[in-house]
Design a protein around this ligand. Sequence first.
Ligand SMILES: O=C([S-])c1cc(C(=O)S)c[n+]([C@@H]2O[C@H](COP(=O)(O)O)[C@@H](O)[C@H]2O)c1
Ligand code: NI
Length: 406
Amino acid sequence: MTRRHAWIDASAGIAGDMLLGALLDAGASLAAVQSAVDAVSGGQVRVRTREVTRAGLRALKAEVEPLTSSLPHRSWRDLRELLKNAGPATAVFRRLAEAEGRVHGIPADDVHFHEVGALDAIADVVGCCAALADLGVATVSAGPVALGSGSVRAQHGRLPVPAPAVAELAKGWQVSAGGDGELATPTGLALLRTFARACEPLPAMALDLVGVGAGTRDPAGHPNVVRVLIGAGEGSGVQPDPPSPERDAVLLEANVDDLDPRLWPGIIAALLERGASDAWLVPILMKKGRPAHTLSVLCAPELVDALRDQIFRDTSTLGVRHSPRGKVALERAFADVTVGDTRIPVKVAHRDGVIVQVMPEFEDVAALARRQQRPERLVLQEALAAAGVAGLVVGAPLPESLRPEQ
Ligand SMILES: O=C([S-])c1cc(C(=O)S)c[n+]([C@@H]2O[C@H](COP(=O)(O)O)[C@@H](O)[C@H]2O)c1
Ligand code: NI
């Protein structure tokens, strides 16, 4: 089968509904999109399209009509459960949660989605993922993105444009202001950054589909649209972000021999809070026979600058080494098990459809143990036993309900 490449033109900005409109305009099946959205929303929203013009250009406007009046605020933890690790859609929201977490200075798990967690944003994300799959798109790249300027009214007041989460998500991409107002939204950027692995001009391809998706506003002067150009080709050859968490990582290291050891736990906690995927200390014997520690911090490439600054600020080191590291992580899914009258999330790591690790979330185990005034060891055993009853055991096939969507 021909491998299709999609190139996204976000030179006028990007939002989830604009990209969805463009993909539907290019020929993605509305029925396929609606059925993917139904699967996560329980039939609470309807996706519709209508033809509009933007500065004289015809475009398709994707509209998500809520069939319920409740617009719940969800944490990333809740949303992950709702999406049941729905492959790329989960990856898009994980990226959003990590960006929001960095902006608000909280762990990604505690991020409370407001606007971006509403049903229409979920429908945009799930819809775009389904549309790309329906079009047979194997690789994606995109041009530079216009982010906008000025300010925007959000649920919690006025935000500068680019909105903080947008700026965070845009790191490492070619951007410009490109006009007034909010031209790129967090959801739009998260979609683009999850799927498009290269920022490049239109690559060589045998073009066969073009889609134009409309934004809500119709400002004079430029068409407020996202375009997708789809054809047989590979783009720059890079693959879209796989649903499996295979990522480039960077290892930051510093040897320190003169820090009050009581400071280390706080330093490590702060690095993890800032987004490091791991941080640890190894005791070493340094030059001149001095006992010391190597601080090691593993992180995503886009966090290197911030975490290096933090190491210089919080420790007494005079230098921080950095080296690229390949990293292959097991795919993870989450399931709830019941211990007593409490639901405890269990992390299920899997590979090739087989369960490899089953780990109750320790913070939840510890919280329940404190509430019940019982040893953590026993609550942990009970959570593992409950997972076993639910069929979540090492070596067992991953249950259908936890499988990422392809
Ligand atoms: O609700 C929150 S915390 C929020 C944070 C941010 C940050 O940049 S931080 C931005 N916004 C605004 O909400 C809408 C969301 O648009 P989507 O298309 O992504 O759903 C947008 O105007 C953001 O600037 C909200
Ligand atoms: Ni925010």
